[in-house]
Design a protein around this ligand. Structure first.
Ligand code: ADP
Ligand code: MG
Length: 697
């Protein structure tokens, strides 16, 4: 392989450099314009691009192409077609037309549609998304596409994201115009930091729970966890380091700008962060990153766990969604900036985000809700389930002063002048670090920290883009009709602060005081996925998606159903896996040990010696007592599961049953199993323990 990163970076991507080299100038220009300006694609261009793409892909060893899409499963889907086309003389030529590039028709009957597409009408369509580059992987040309039904309803995660980016572009440009900007396009940008665990594959393969559910359903706390805080940023072990190097190489070849890697808080936990790019490409790249993380792990006889909570008692994994907006002129709209003009503009965009987050707390919370993430949010490691914004003391102080119309000069360490009399000057680096906030301003972007590690980032980003677009539209309408723009801007900022300052919180989000304070402020505290899902179909939330053309009412209803179904299925699989492990693995091992103890007691007795056997009999008594409770908890889980599975009233109440009684029964069973694990000798206990999984690399 090529030696230098600069030589092989992006070598498997049909990127602008490749396009420029391989396409006729006029085609290249036309395609670039389509991509940069979001214009409709010229059909004749597709034909030429397809041909160049095919030649390039074949040179890279590709024999097939696939329309790569992102159905509601949260992962990606692909169906491979070869380029071959038979000729009369018994040979083949390699063919790939503009039509092949632009449109595909996969059988869509087995993807979640939430009732949008009856199985008999199984046709689904994929359409080329030229804003994310095609690439070659494992002998196939991958074409990023959107996925919809025969009747045009959206069945994927990418389409609403693209639509939301369009909505935000439209409204942000209106605001920019008021400030005299000449920008013609605003794009949202994302840099997702991805957390993950690595465990030894041989150990992993001995645990059904990890295989079927991605997390451990049983496992007693090991003597050492993360309390010494010696793993975070600790030096990276050789086996892990080799993995990370391989991973970087594979990602770089695909043009994914993997930048930062380090050990995380929990033992065996790590993080990878790429350099940010457009929300759309970042989403595709994050999907690829997760896939490649798993693939590369196998080569190193490791398994990569992307679940939000693979191990109880140590930190789970999240995905920090760093988000901003920038113009085609390269201006980051959340950069406080250095000119007076820009700073006022910055404050307006900042206020738009503040209002959006407050008005749509429920949607943001919903966008990160999943069965896996229920173990994280609110536990003492991730942000709580309450959505709030961290701005830092200085920015908060400025906004609070502006609430009353005028702002006094303060002696901030590093100031930027706003130059507007009524506006205070801005601190340059306005953020101290606050690791506990779910939505933190970090200098020139917001970091949304609630997202779970396995989720597609499309969901939270289309929500974020849509709600900010909505507020920007409200702002634009008010400012466009103002007779005195400067005065109206100040009034708008003041009103926003007055009405929405409750969402700003700079303190410790993990504390109980905050939970109480948030309640006093009237902020939502939606603790579980099932509590969140109904917010999707609330009138105000349906209205905002419909208004901005991001999702239709029926698309929202279908997604509501998919979320519930997905939750139910996840808990159902977990409960069944637990029952299977409990009955066929833990129980037999407990019986075996109980026999060993009983045999020991009998053997000692048969010696006829007058010796003490209380140690053996105490052990047997203890084992038998836990065993008896364990057995009745198996029965209780079975009962709860059957009851929930048979509930045919409606999906929501069924999901509620799973979330309450099944989850509670699972917890009880686990408690007993973990007690058994602590009693039964490891050579008898049927699967690897936490100590082995977390510390054996
Ligand atoms: P942390 O201190 O939280 O680890 P970093 O400063 O390393 O954060 O950056 C985290 C992520 O934020 C990176 O992926 C980076 O590319 C991304 N990022 C930086 N600027 C922006 C921006 N304007 N828009 C979106 N993401 C950004
Ligand atoms: Mg971060």
């Amino acid at each position: 392989m090529e030696k230098h990163v600069t030589d092989f970076y992006g070598c498997n991507v049909f990127n602008f450099a490749t396009m420029r080299a391989r396409l006729p100038k006029i085609t290249y220009k036309s395609l670039k314009k389509t991509i940069d300006e979001g214009l409709a694609l010229d059909e004749s261009v597709a034909e030429i691009v397809a041909s160049a793409m095919k030649d390039w892909a074949i040179e890279k060893g590709a024999t097939h192409f696939t329309h790569w899409f992102q159905p509601m499963t949260g992962i990606t889907a692909e169906k491979h077609d070869s380029f071959i086309s038979p000729t009369d003389d018994g040979k083949v030529i390699m063919e790939f037309t503009g039509k092949d590039l632009v449109k595909g028709e996969p059988d869509a009957s087995s993807f979640p549609s939430g009732g949008l597409r009856a199985t008999f009408e199984a046709r689904g369509y994929t359409a080329w998304d030229c804003t994310s580059p095609a690439f070659v992987k494992d002998g196939t040309l991958y074409i990023p596409t959107v996925f919809c039904s025969y009747t045009g309803e959206v069945l994927d995660k990418k389409t609403p994201l693209l639509r939301s980016m369009e909505a935000l572009n439209k409204q942000a440009l209106r605001i920019l115009k008021l400030f005299g900007s000449s920008a013609t396009r605003v794009t949202t940008t994302v840099g997702p930091e991805q957390e993950y665990f690595l465990v030894d594959k041989d150990l992993w393969s001995k645990r059904k729970d990890l295989i079927f559910t991605g997390r451990t359903l049983f496992g007693a706390k090991p003597p050492k966890g993360q309390e010494l805080e010696d793993h975070y940023f600790g030096n990276i072990k050789e086996r892990i380091s080799n993995y990370m190097k391989d991973l970087d190489t594979e990602l770089w070849k695909l043009g994914i700008a993997a930048k930062t890697k380090h050990n995380e808080v929990a033992p065996a936990q790590h993080e990878l962060a790429p350099i940010f790019t457009t929300s759309n490409i970042a989403t595709d790249h994050n999907q690829l990153t997760m896939e490649i993380m798993k693939k590369v792990a196998i080569k190193h006889n490791l398994t990569c766990l992307l679940h939000e909570k693979p191990f109880a008692g140590v930190n789970g994994s999240g995905k920090h969604n760093n988000w901003s907006m920038s113009t085609n002129e390269g201006q980051n709209l959340l950069e406080p900036g250095s000119t007076p003009h820009d700073n006022t503009q910055f404050l307006i965009f900042l206020c738009a985000v503040i209002k959006a987050v407050d008005d749509y707390q429920d949607l943001l919370r919903l966008s990160v809700a999943s069965a896996g993430n229920d173990h994280r949010l609110g536990a003492n490691e991730a942000p709580p389930a309450i959505v709030s914004i961290f701005l830092g003391d200085q920015l908060t102080d400025i906004l609070l002063q502006m609430e009353n119309g005028k702002a006094k000069e303060k002696n901030y360490s590093c100031m930027l002048e706003t130059g507007v009399a009524s506006l205070p000057n801005l601190p340059k680096d306005s953020t101290d670090r606050n690791r506990t906030s779910p939505f933190a301003f970090t200098g020139n972007k917001f970091e949304f920290r609630m997202l779970g590690s396995s989720s597609s980032i499309a969901g939270c980003n289309f929500v974020l883009n849509t709600i900010v677009a909505e507020v920007l539209q409200q702002f634009a309408e008010r400012l466009e009709s103002a007779s005195d723009l400067s005065a109206e801007i100040c009034a708008l900022i003041s009103d926003t602060v007055k009405n929405h300052k409750r969402i700003i919180f700079n303190g410790n989000n993990y504390s109980q005081e905050w939970v109480e304070e948030a309640e006093r402020r009237g902020l939502l505290n939606l603790k579980s996925t099932v509590e969140c899902i109904p917010t999707f179909i609330k009138d105000k939330n349906v209205a905002v998606f419909v208004k901005h053309g991001v999702l239709s009412k029926s698309e929202i209803e279908s997604r509501y159903e998919i979320l519930l179904e997905n939750y139910i299925k996840t808990i159902n699989i977990e409960a069944l896996t637990m029952l299977s492990m409990a009955k066929t693995e833990i129980l037999p091992s407990a019986f075996k040990y109980s026999k060993e103890l009983a045999d020991t007691i009998n053997s000692v007795k048969t010696t006829g010696m007058p010796v003490e056997i209380s140690a053996q009999s105490t052990a047997l008594k203890e084992l038998s007592s836990v065993l008896s409770s364990f057995t009745s908890n198996i029965a209780a889980l079975k009962k709860a599961l059957n009851k929930a599975a048979d509930d045919s009233s409606d999906l929501l109440s069924q999901a509620e049953q799973y979330s309450k009684s099944v989850v509670a029964a699972m917890e009880n069973l686990r408690t007993d199993a973990d007690k058994l694990e602590a009693i039964i000798p490891r050579i008898i206990y049927p699967f690897p323990t936490y100590a082995e999984l977390l510390f054996n690399i």
